[in-house]
Design a protein around this ligand. Structure first.
Ligand SMILES: Cc1cc2nc3c(=O)[nH]c(=O)nc-3n(C[C@H](O)[C@H](O)[C@H](O)COP(=O)(O)O)c2cc1C
Length: 371
C-alpha cells in the first residue's frame, strides 16, 4: 500500500464545474489508504448514500416576480460574521490529501471569509492553523477519558483563538468502516496528530487491523453523558456546539444543558448505519430548539439547492465534510477555494431562481417533501 499522495499533473481547477467533478478528480489523486479513509461509510453505507438522496426528495416551491437583483448571502454563526452560510466541517487528517494539510483548508476558508472547524485529529497543531483562519476558527473536540488531558487541549484551543468548541457526541466508539479495516488503515509515517499525542504514541499501534480504531478506543470516553457537559462548562467559557444530534429529544436536552448550538449530523454516514439523514431530522430538531440555540446541518450537502433547503427548514448554516477533502486533494488551498466558490455561486443562483433575497429570511414554505 502506498502512503504518498501521487504526483499527479496540476489540474485546471476552473474546468471543475461542480462538487461532483471535484470529488471524481480528488479521489483519483489519493492513495488507496487515503481514498478508503475519506470515502467510506459505516457497514453497508445506507446512511452515507441516504444523506444525498434525501435532498432529492425535498422539493423547492420557487416564488416568481420578486426583485432578486440583490441577494444577501452574509450571515453570522454564534456572532461570527461569515460571507455565506457554508463552513468547513471537522475532518481528520487533511495531510492525507495534500502537503498543505489543514493550513491549505485554513487559507481557503480565510479567503472565502467563512468558518473552519479544526478536528482534534488534525495533522497540524491548532496554534499553527489559527493564524491562517482570519479569526474564524472553531475547534472540534473528542473528549478524552483522561480529563486532565482534555482540559489541557481545550485550554490550548482557547488560547489559540478558537471561537467555539464543537463537541462531537456521536462517536463514543468509532463506527465500523469495513473498507478501512480490510486495508488496515494507518497514518503514514510522515504525518502526525499533534493535538492528540506524539508520533511515539501512535507508533505503539503497530499490528494488523485499523490502527486508528484501536488508538481511538484507548483515548475516547464511552461513558460520556449529559453530566459531562456540565463539567465542560466549568472548564471553558467558549460557546459549546453539540455535533451529531439527530432527534428533537436530544436537541432539547442539549439546550437545557447550555449548548449554544445544535449541529445535526450523522457524521457523514460513518457511525451508525441506517441512522436518519440529517435533512430529514432537521425539522424536529429546529422545533425542539425553538429559537433557544442556533441549528446547523451537515451530511451530503453538495449543491447550492441543498444549502437552500437546509436553511429553509431552519438551519442557520451548513457544513461540508468530504468536498473540502477532495478539493484539498485537487490543489491544496486553491482546490478548497474552488469548492467554496462553486457552492457559493450555486446558492446565489438557487436563491435568485426561487425568488429569495436574504439567507436569513428563508422559510419552510420554500420546500415540500415529495409524495
Ligand atoms: C474522512 C473524514 C474524517 C472525519 N473526521 C471527523 C472528526 O475528526 N471529527 C468529527 O466530529 N467529524 C468528523 N467527520 C465527520 C464530518 O465532520 C461531517 O460530519 C461529515 O463529513 C459530513 O458529511 P459529508 O462528508 O457528506 O459532507 C469526518 C468525516 C470524514 C469524511
Amino acid at each position: 500500500m502506498t502512503h504518498t499522495v501521487p504526483d499527479a499533473p496540476e489540474l485546471e481547477l476552473h474546468r471543475l464545474m461542480n462538487l461532483h467533478d471535484i470529488e471524481t478528480e480528488g479521489q483519483a489523486r489519493l492513495s488507496v489508504n487515503a481514498l478508503e479513509y475519506y470515502r467510506s461509510g459505516a457497514n453497508d453505507g445506507h446512511t452515507l448514500r441516504g444523506n444525498q438522496v434525501a435532498f432529492t426528495r425535498l422539493h423547492l416551491r420557487p416564488r416568481m416576480l420578486v426583485d432578486v437583483s440583490h441577494v444577501k448571502l452574509e450571515t453570522t454563526v454564534l456572532g461570527l460574521p461569515i460571507s455565506m452560510p457554508i463552513g468547513a466541517a471537522p475532518s481528520a487528517f487533511h495531510g492525507l490529501a495534500h502537503l498543505e494539510a489543514e493550513l491549505g483548508t485554513a487559507q481557503a476558508t480565510q479567503a472565502a471569509q467563512t468558518v473552519m472547524t479544526l478536528s482534534t485529529l488534525s495533522n497540524t497543531p491548532i496554534e499553527a492553523v489559527s493564524g491562517r483562519t482570519g479569526g474564524r476558527l472553531w475547534f472540534q473536540l473528542y473528549l478524552y477519558r483522561d480529563r486532565e488531558r482534555a482540559r489541557a487541549l481545550i485550554q490550548r484551543a482557547q488560547a489559540a483563538g478558537a471561537r467555539a468548541l464543537v463537541l462531537t457526541v456521536d462517536a463514543p466508539e468509532l463506527g465500523r468502516r469495513e473498507a478501512n479495516e480490510r486495508l488496515g488503515f494507518s497514518l503514514p509515517p510522515h504525518l502526525e496528530a499533534p493535538n492528540v499525542g506524539t508520533r511515539e504514541e501512535l507508533a505503539r499501534l503497530e499490528g494488523s487491523g485499523s490502527h486508528l480504531t484501536r488508538y481511538f478506543a484507548g483515548l475516547m470516553d464511552a461513558s460520556l453523558n449529559w453530566r459531562d457537559l456540565e463539567w465542560l462548562r466549568t472548564v471553558t467559557d467558549l460557546p459549546i456546539v453539540l455535533k451529531g444530534i439527530l432527534t428533537g429529544e436530544d436537541a432539547a436536552l442539549g439546550v437545557e444543558h447550555g449548548a449554544a448550538a445544535i449541529w445535526v449530523s450523522n457524521h457523514g454516514g460513518r457511525q451508525l448505519d441506517t441512522a436518519v439523514p440529517g435533512i430529514e431530522a432537521l425539522s424536529e430538531v429546529v422545533d425542539a430548539v425553538a429559537g433557544r440555540a442556533e441549528v446547523y446541518l451537515d451530511g451530503g450537502v453538495r449543491r447550492g439547492t441543498d444549502v437552500l433547503k437546509a436553511l429553509s427548514l431552519g438551519a442557520r448554516a451548513v457544513f461540508l465534510g468530504r468536498p473540502v477533502l477532495y478539493g484539498l486533494a485537487c490543489g491544496g488551498a486553491a482546490g478548497v477555494e474552488r469548492v467554496l466558490a462553486l457552492i457559493r455561486e450555486e446558492l446565489r443562483l438557487a436563491m435568485v431562481l426561487s425568488g429569495q433575497t436574504d439567507v436569513q429570511k428563508l422559510s419552510e414554505k420554500l420546500v415540500q417533501w415529495g409524495r
